[in-house]
Design a protein around this ligand. Structure first.
Ligand SMILES: CCCCC/C=C\C/C=C\C/C=C\C/C=C\CCCC(=O)SCCNC(=O)CCNC(=O)[C@H](O)C(C)(C)COP(=O)(O)OP(=O)(O)OC[C@H]1O[C@@H](n2cnc3c(N)ncnc32)[C@H](O)[C@@H]1OP(=O)(O)O
Length: 92
């Protein structure tokens, strides 16, 4: 089985890239993952990231991890990204 943290990294990377594409520089403020079915080691999965809404500096993204044919739902996620200035990203 794949570790929950490894799955979270995959989701954070995909949704973070999506949010960056939509909103520019962002940081993950909240990542809420429901693990529904285990992911067998070595399997290939599909990550589908969707914009839920944008409100000011907030970008809300949802993400589903499924089997490649979409028949088995592994995880459901809602994530919040906050737009930041470049200096915040560098610790300023
Ligand atoms: C780290 C460098 C990464 C570089 C990556 C480079 C390449 C990687 C390649 C591919 C990946 C591509 C893209 C990846 C893109 C993004 C990934 C993100 C980087 C991270 O993964 S980084 C690690 C985890 N991340 C943190 O380490 C964040 C720690 N944190 C903070 O730095 C602050 O917390 C911050 C900036 C998040 C907000 O701080 P802030 O001062 O700017 O804003 P403030 O607190 O005033 O909140 C304003 C409004 O948001 C609401 N709000 C805030 N937080 C909320 C929460 N958690 N839940 C619900 N609402 C929340 C407030 O309630 C208020 O709402 P309202 O305005 O309505 O009152």
């Amino acid at each position: 089985m794949s570790m929950g943290g490894a799955i979270a990294t995959m989701i954070d990377t995909v949704t973070g890239t999506h949010a960056t594409f939509l909103s520019g520089p962002v940081m993950t403020a909240n990542l809420n993952i429901n693990y529904r079915r285990p992911i067998p080691l070595g399997s290939t999965v599909l990550l589908e990231s969707s914009l839920e809404k944008k409100e000011g500096r907030k970008t809300f993204i949802t993400c589903r991890v499924t089997s490649t044919d979409g028949s088995k739902l592994h995880t459901e996620t809602s994530a919040l990204f906050l737009s930041i200035t470049a200096s915040h990203l560098l610790g300023g």
